[in-house]
Design a protein around this ligand. Structure first.
Ligand code: HAM
Length: 426
């Protein structure tokens, strides 16, 4: 008996209606990155498992529970990348790129985590990641945040998002904090849920991140990492806050923000949808990771970065009015002669107007049927070639989105008309 094959749970097809929208958004995001001088790096989807263990951390949810790990035919343990920072750092070390100071890079593509799928949380999802290397001061953190702020303003969703910040300090500062935190929670063992009891032994800072409503009062009363910061960390954080204020970028300090990956130090930040108390409300997140490069065998190199979750961004945009780029023209051709004339006309127009979005009707059919398809395509105008147009050497044009009457245009008039059309913003 045959059964219906379906996509793997939590891994989704992007259908033609959506891909157009994705590409539009991606190209806007990338264009902004390029204006800031960031360059693309393309990285493998598969890395040695060891890389993620040594960077993300052995006792994180990602490494403990969520990696797609397998032994390949040569007996090596490999993993589908759950995030992009580790691979990016590995590549920079491997190719000696850190000898050039101030590398500014971006990458995009699918990431894989075996999480429980739900709205906004998938097993294959897409990130656009941005990383800066070799800049120790808060100006790098500020630039990364300014890029996000510019993206969200360009997309018209800046009011839907809140920028949350925290400072995790240095390793030593965190160690002191951790000791006091363990002592505090150990005094309230019966109030901890199962997850937190486990984290108390492995990664106690993550208890602060718990979304369990029953534990919020306890978490509220816990020691605050910000109180453990020394002078250098404080001044880094203050420098960041001052520069954000100078740029008019609003922020909230969230002393409970700890992040789920171990490599961070000093600044961490998240852009969240405030109405969402659940983790899926985080659209974009990152921070500093000043010790990771050295930890992975590279030269000591401060670094910072973040990644944007594309599915979550697109979901946020779904109810906003960013237009999809519909075709300018749908070329209708009826009659034998119009077939070849229409084909030649369409290719010629593509030569003259490289930005023209023109759909040539394929497969014949009556005027009525072709008009129906033209309308469904979302095109602004139908360009019509019938027998009369071909014999008399003109084209007809009909607006599809308003009630302007159909017009007959000579080739020259058509050129003038399309010249105007291609200059319009959309
Ligand atoms: P992350 O917080 O694990 O950080 O992921 C960044 C973003 O990816 C999240 O804010 C979210 O939008 C999206 N995301 C994560 N998991 C899922 C999922 N299962 N389904 C859908 N979207 C998801 C990192 O990955 C770091 N590498 C960011 C970074 C770069 N830090 C420094 N540089």
């Amino acid at each position: 008996m045959s059964y219906k094959l379906q996509a793997v749970r939590g891994m989704h097809d992007l259908l033609p209606g959506e891909t157009c929208r994705w590409r539009q958004v991606e190209s806007l995001l990338i264009q902004v990155l390029e204006t800031y001088g960031y360059q693309e790096i393309r990285l493998p989807l598969v890395e040695k498992t060891e890389l993620f263990k040594r960077s993300i951390g052995e006792v994180t949810d990602i490494v403990e529970k969520e990696m797609y790990t397998f032994i390949d035919k040569s007996g090596e343990s490999l993993t589908l990348r759950p995030e992009g920072t580790a691979g990016c750092v590995r590549a920079l070390i491997e190719h000696g790129l850190l000898r050039t100071p101030g590398q500014k890079l971006w990458y995009q593509g699918p990431m894989f985590r075996h999480e429980r799928p739900q709205k906004g949380r998938y097993r294959q999802f897409h990130q656009l990641g941005v990383e800066v290397f070799g800049v120790p001061g808060p100006d790098a953190d500020v630039e990364l945040i300014a890029i996000g702020w510019r993206w969200f303003r360009r997309l018209g969703i800046e009011k839907k998002l809140e920028l949350q910040l925290n400072c995790l300090g240095s390793l030593g500062e965190r160690r002191n904090f951790r000791e006091d935190l363990v002592a505090y929670f150990s005094g309230h063992l019966d109030a901890l849920d199962e997850d937190s009891l486990r984290r108390l032994k492995t990664n106690p800072l993550r208890i602060l991140d718990s979304k369990n409503p029953a534990m919020q009062d306890l978490i509220e009363g816990a020691p605050r990492l910000l109180d453990y910061l020394g002078e250098a960390s404080r001044s880094h954080f203050q420098g960041l806050l001052d520069q954000l204020s100078a740029l008019g970028i609003p922020y909230t300090i969230n002393p409970r923000l700890v992040r789920g990956l171990d490599y961070y130090s000093l600044t961490v930040f998240e852009w969240v949808v405030p109405s969402e108390v659940i983790a899926q409300g985080t659209v974009c997140a990152g921070g500093r990771y000043d010790t990771l490069v050295e930890q992975l065998g590279g030269p000591p190199t401060p670094a910072a970065g973040f990644a944007l979750g594309m599915e979550r961004l697109l979901a946020l945009l779904a109810d906003s009015k960013t237009p999809v780029q519909a075709p300018h023209l749908y070329l209708i051709r009826v009659g034998e002669q119009a077939q070849e004339e229409g084909l030649k006309l369409s290719e010629w127009l593509r030569d003259v107007f490289p930005d023209l979005r023109l759909v040539l009707h394929l497969g014949g059919g009556t005027f009525k049927a072709q008009f129906k398809r033209a309308d469904r395509s979302g095109a602004q105008y139908a360009l019509i070639l019938g027998e009369d147009e071909v014999t008399k050497g003109y084209v007809s044009i009909k607006a599809l989105r308003d009630s302007q009457p159909q017009r007959a245009l000579s080739r020259d008039e058509l050129l003038v008309f399309l010249n105007q059309l291609c200059k319009q913003p959309n």
